[in-house]
Design a binder for this molecule. Sequence first.
Ligand code: ATP
Ligand code: MG
Length: 316
Amino acid sequence: MKVAVVPGDGIGEEVVPVAEAALRRLHPEWDYFPVEVGYGRWKRCGAAIGAEELRALRDADAVLFGAVTTPPDPDYRSVIVMLRKELGLYANIRPVRGPGADLTIVRENTEGLYSGIEWDLPGSACTLRVVTEVGSRRIARFAAALAKGRRLTIGTKANVLKSDALFRRCAVEEAEAAGVEWEEKYIDALCLDVLMHPDRYAVVVTTNIFGDILSDAAASLVGGLGLLPSANIGDDHALFEPVHGSAPDIAGQGIANPVAALRSAAMLLDHAGDREGAAAVEAAVESTLGAGVKTSDLGGSATTVEFGEAVLGRLG
Ligand code: ATP
Ligand code: MG
């Protein structure tokens, strides 16, 4: 396995080394190589990513990613949004697990409102929400396969948006074709209901921005952003990253919670076919939290490094 390691910016530089250490502990034989991407690189040399970095990421079997800062600068294009497109990472999988919740949000990752097709006009600005049949069927098939034996919830605003009516039709057809039980909900009602009754949901499939918002909201069910991992999967590439961003407000203090990054590493292991390793990382994280070792976002006083050491100690 060739694993590209991209700490990125802010707390990405603090939590990724912890996750990388866990991977190295379980798989010292894998090939790990660092790749510099992000706002830091942009400030240093005027580009958030270069051709060489992109080639390195394409060449990897999996990418362990931290977070990148996207400054409010109109000339700056979000690297992670660009990478999802460049690497064809069309499925964003965000498991939300904790007491009372065991659901997975499957978010379309390459089109929708994040199409990148936008322009300024005098007195207004336009962003095109592009939803294609190919893109919708692809993500719907992925979600239906994941939901096998459980129920698939299709979240849209198909009553208002033509783009979502197309997405809905594709999702329903693919769920039927896969023989998966499905239901549909309007995304606004779904956001509320997922928070009120998380136990009613197993797999939710939705479009790009709705999935982004729903999964951040659902983080509140299980103790906040510091705990949630995600996978970005395509036909040829896979990238694993915490749901949280670079958190500039706490960066550099050594207090970021590395659980989301560790769980992202567990998803990477699972993707690489090492189910046992993935379960071992999950169990080590659970046991560490259960022993009361917690970072400050969870009311504890452990530093990022201390938490990481406690997890590594449990990995053997
Ligand atoms: P970005 O612009 O990169 O998305 P952000 O300011 O939106 O950064 P996020 O990382 O998305 O910040 O997180 C929002 C807030 O949640 C942070 O300001 C931080 O206080 C908290 N937070 C997020 N991740 C963690 C973590 N791993 N550990 C502790 N707190 C976190
Ligand atoms: Mg953010």
